[in-house]
Design a protein around this ligand. Structure first.
Ligand SMILES: Cc1cc2nc3c(=O)[nH]c(=O)nc-3n(C[C@H](O)[C@H](O)[C@H](O)COP(=O)(O)OP(=O)(O)OC[C@H]3O[C@@H](n4cnc5c(N)ncnc54)[C@H](O)[C@@H]3O)c2cc1C
Length: 415
């Protein structure tokens, strides 16, 4: 694989960009791999990447029913932060943030990481107490966040209506290291690195069955034929439950649609990311000038990647009351993704009842920010057969032992 650099860009500019090679190969599947990862979203690709990079396991296939990054990884609003409440969450989300900080250099691929700062608005006394508690917890975890008053909030976000109309802004939980990254670039950069290590990314190949023998995995059936493996990782987000059913076990997950919107481009008007969890809306501005907007989940369980009118209406209402100047903005695009939510709003990185099948899911509405940390932890789990320190708290056994990692407040609106 040829290195991307300013010299490569200059060289290609001189020859009409005819010399760029494909970023990843698209091979036919082999009959057998040491490890198969189902799902070429960010978490599946990062799992494969760190399996190769950290553990030297490169006989890996990543099987994707659509196109890589076409699931939630390419549909999210790209918010990155690590200001969660519980220690296991702080561990994995901050590891992810640290890896994000150097990921462009590591992958030799510009993921457009933009640590522009992130605010979570407090709009009730209850929320204010909750966020102050998070600041104290973060201090103990060694994660830098702070509580800021409403005047500072207004100076950081001049377009914000801090007085209402429904709820005034009382202050905010602020993480200066938080921000965004280009979601497609994260998937593409990881895919390029995996392919370069000799791993096979098989797109347009749906897994239709999982073969087991004596309680141990043997392989998978796909629309491109049967493939054997020694270890299998299910990383299919909103479809984790349906894929786990193929192996004969159930997961404690609910799948629901989450929507996002992108407006027409406008001049720079907001240079931080802002989440308003009480009224359910959040906002950032892309490099092109579009406002990237989101809200809460659609409540009925479903697998439609669209979302309902009710949620659109609620989110628009919240956005307009919070940022009145955007009331006449036109929307360019709207879409939905299927997110996988657990009872404690924390992910699952775990062994399963079937030997050598591992599962990584339950990231719900907030897993983009976790991609490198999750991949790191999952690769360790697969390579060693036991969870390392990052994955330890997120086993399936927590649901039977009542040892929840409750992030229902930090997950908030959700990201
Ligand atoms: C609208 C929206 C906004 C969001 N905003 C944010 C945000 O701002 N910040 C944040 O941190 N998170 C956010 N998220 C959540 C985040 O996008 C997800 O948690 C994360 O992308 C999950 O990644 P993944 O790799 O697990 O799943 P996915 O990217 O969904 O990948 C799973 C893949 O598995 C494939 N698959 C499924 N079934 C099969 C099968 N049978 N065979 C083969 N392949 C299969 C799918 O096609 C898919 O490509 C948002 C999500 C949505 C929908």
């Amino acid at each position: 694989m040829r290195k991307y650099s300013i010299f490569a860009v200059a060289r290609e500019a001189m020859r009409y960009h005819a010399g760029w090679e494909k970023a990843w190969r698209s091979p036919e599947p082999k009959r057998k791999y040491k490890v198969i990862v189902i799902g070429a979203g960010g978490h599946g690709l990062a799992t494969a990447y760190y399996l190769g990079k950290v553990h030297g396991i490169k006989d890996v296939a990543i099987i994707e029913k659509g196109w890589l990054g076409g699931g939630n990884t390419g549909r999210n609003t790209t918010i990155i932060r690590s200001n969660y409440l519980q220690d296991p969450s702080a561990g994995i989300f901050d590891k992810a943030l640290q890896l994000y900080e150097g990921l462009s250099q590591d992958l030799n691929y510009n993921i457009m990481f933009s640590p522009r700062g992130l605010l979570m608005l407090a709009q009730s006394e209850h929320e204010m107490r909750g966020y102050k508690r998070t600041v104290y917890a973060n201090q103990l975890q060694g994660i830098e966040t702070k509580w800021i008053g409403r005047e500072e909030v207004k100076s950081l976000v001049p377009i914000l209506n801090i007085d209402g109309p429904r709820y005034p802004v009382l202050g905010a939980l602020y993480q200066e290291r938080g921000g965004t990254a280009r979601h497609d670039a994260v998937a593409w950069g990881l895919a390029r690195a995996c392919s370069n290590m000799g791993m096979d990314i098989i797109q347009k190949c749906e897994v239709t069955g999982i073969r087991t023998e004596n309680g141990e995995v043997r392989g998978i059936d796909t629309t491109k034929g049967a493939i054997d493996c020694e270890k299998l990782s299910i990383v299919t987000a909103g479809h984790a439950g349906t894929v786990a059913n193929m192996a004969g076990f159930r997961l404690p997950l609910e799948s629901v649609a989450l929507q996002a919107w992108v407006s027409e481009p406008v001049k720079p008007c907001i240079d931080v990311v802002v989440m308003a969890n009480l009224v359910h809306c959040y906002i950032s501005q892309s490099d092109k000038g579009e406002l990237v907007l989101g809200g809460g989940i659609d409540h009925p369980n479903n697998y439609s990647q669209r979302g309902s009118w009710y949620t659109i209406e609620e989110t628009v209402r919240s956005l307009v009351e919070t940022y009145p100047i955007i009331s006449r903005l036109k929307m360019l695009r709207q879409w939905g993704g299927i997110v996988d939510i657990t009872g404690d709003h924390s992910p699952i990185l775990s062994k399963t009842p079937v030997k050598n099948i591992f599962v990584n899911c339950g990231w719900g509405t907030g897993g983009f920010k976790a991609i490198p940390g999750s991949g790191w932890a999952m690769a360790e789990l697969i390579a060693k057969g036991e969870p390392g320190p990052l994955a330890k708290g997120f086993g399936l056994d927590r649901f039977t032992e009542g040892r929840f990692v409750d992030e229902s407040v930090a997950a908030g609106v959700a990201h």
